[in-house]
Write a new protein. Structure first.
Length: 432
């Protein structure tokens, strides 16, 4: 009962509008059972929120298993240096974290700190469930970071990232590919050379998901929305990109007939794929698998004169708006520890991630890291991932029509129109 009262109190303060509640419910589509299970646990015990415990700090995050090992090591060090403080780090799958945090924070519960990609900042800020950080971190302190690490919404800072980039790029097996392709024509030619169906392919990646399609859309001159958040899907660029995707599979035959993330990842790790399009989150696994790999820009598209531009997003820390004022000092202290040069470079050493502290760029682990340098080179032509709530509606609108093109049941021209129509409808519903 206390939990429902807390939610009611949040509603009465105007924290959550009807559109926001509909937005939360829409999240359950992606991971229904885990989310509902978490919700049940939350509603059963949110009155005992650790937010009220001055000696415990809770962080929800999306780090992979190998990253969690490093996270545990740095947290053990922090707790040893800060006796009496216990930090609990809880992993949540992406959609579970997003929807679970929304529901928990509205009721005055949830973690003290939420860690994740920048695109979650927009919805969290609209719902007023994360704190503006402008007054908690000085301008002098913030000046020590790459500007791309500071995520603003509505004129205020809501997230400070410990990693920037988080973008797609071309990863190649050096035992197979001695020099990565620089143009799409070279990619196709090289892909044919290394493709021997049904088990060996020149190129693999999770091409069935719209997010992994974005570099080809931008390489054809398209984008997902305009500056006002209106979808821009029914365009010649979209049609061209869809046709090119189909051609890679059906005409040039350098990619599998179907390929999700797990399939692509396994083929590359097993040495059955010469190249893969993936992000820095995969580097740790490839290193662990003993692969000698390199990274490069996704090849240039000669016909358009454009480099494919993947979405670029920082990953970082935000603070629950329900954290009591008397606890803020300890929460900020922990975040500053996470954002220290020592911790950021520790993650770089293990996972080849791009740190955000300017001072870290002089560390040999960063300065002399070829993979980090090439990742930065790809990031130069990337485009910032929009942090507005409308992006979720656009993903949902793109997916069925995009996959229908791949399945041969819809033409690229019709798919582009359907994507646009569905996106407009979904955004309208979300804003009603």
């Amino acid at each position: 009962m206390e939990c429902w009262n807390a939610i009611s109190k949040g509603l009465s303060r105007g924290i959550m509008k009807y559109r926001d509640f509909k937005f939360i419910l829409s999240s359950f589509h992606y991971s229904t059972f885990p989310v509902l299970l978490s919700l049940g646990m939350l509603l059963g015990g949110c009155a005992k929120s650790t937010l009220e415990d001055p000696h415990q700090i809770v962080i929800w995050h999306q780090m992979r298993p190998d990253e969690r090992v490093v996270l545990k090591a740095v947290l053990d060090k922090y707790m040893a240096e800060n006796p009496g403080i216990k930090v609990t780090a809880l992993y949540k799958e992406t959609e579970e974290l997003r929807s679970g945090f929304q529901i928990a924070a509205i009721g005055g519960a949830g973690p003290d700190i939420v860690y994740g990609p920048s695109d979650q900042v927009g919805p969290f800020q609209v719902m007023q469930i994360i704190l503006p950080l402008d007054t908690l971190f000085s301008k002098e302190y913030l000046s020590k970071f790459d500007r791309k690490a500071l995520v603003y919404s509505q004129g205020h800072l809501y997230q400070i990232a410990d990693k920037i980039g988080n973008h797609l790029m071309l990863v190649y097996n050096k035992a197979i590919v001695h020099e990565p392709p620089k143009t799409m024509d070279e990619l196709i030619s090289m892909g044919k050379e290394f493709t021997y169906p049904p088990n060996n392919y020149g190129l693999v990646w999770n091409y069935t998901e719209p997010y992994f399609f974005i570099p080809f859309l931008t390489g054809c001159g398209g984008w997902v929305m305009d500056s006002l958040g209106n979808p821009t899907l029914d365009t010649p660029a979209m049609v061209s990109a869809l046709k090119f995707m189909k051609a890679l599979r059906d005409k040039y035959r350098i990619i599998p007939k179907s390929c999700d993330y797990e399939t692509a990842d396994a083929l590359f790790k097993e040495g059955k794929a010469a190249m893969i399009i993936n992000g820095p989150w995969s580097f740790g696994d490839y290193k662990k698998a003993g692969l000698d790999f390199g990274v490069a820009r996704i090849p240039f598209i000669t016909e358009t004169g454009l480099w494919p531009a993947p979405m670029v997003s920082p990953v970082g820390y935000s603070i629950n708006a329900s954290v009591p004022a008397w606890k803020i000092h300890e929460v900020v202290k922990l975040i500053r520890f996470f954002l220290s040069v020592q911790v950021e470079t520790e993650f770089t050493k293990h996972f080849n991630t791009i740190p955000t502290r300017i001072e870290a760029y002089d560390d040999p682990a960063v300065r002399d890291n070829t993979i980090v340098r090439e990742s930065e080179y790809q990031m130069e032509v990337g485009r910032p991932m929009p942090i507005v709530a409308e992006l979720r509606a656009i993903w949902d609108a793109m997916r069925p029509s995009y996959q229908a093109v791949l399945g041969g049941t819809e033409s690229p021209e019709r798919a582009a129109k359907e994507m646009q129509r569905n996106a407009v409808e979904k955004i309208k519903e979300m804003n009603e």
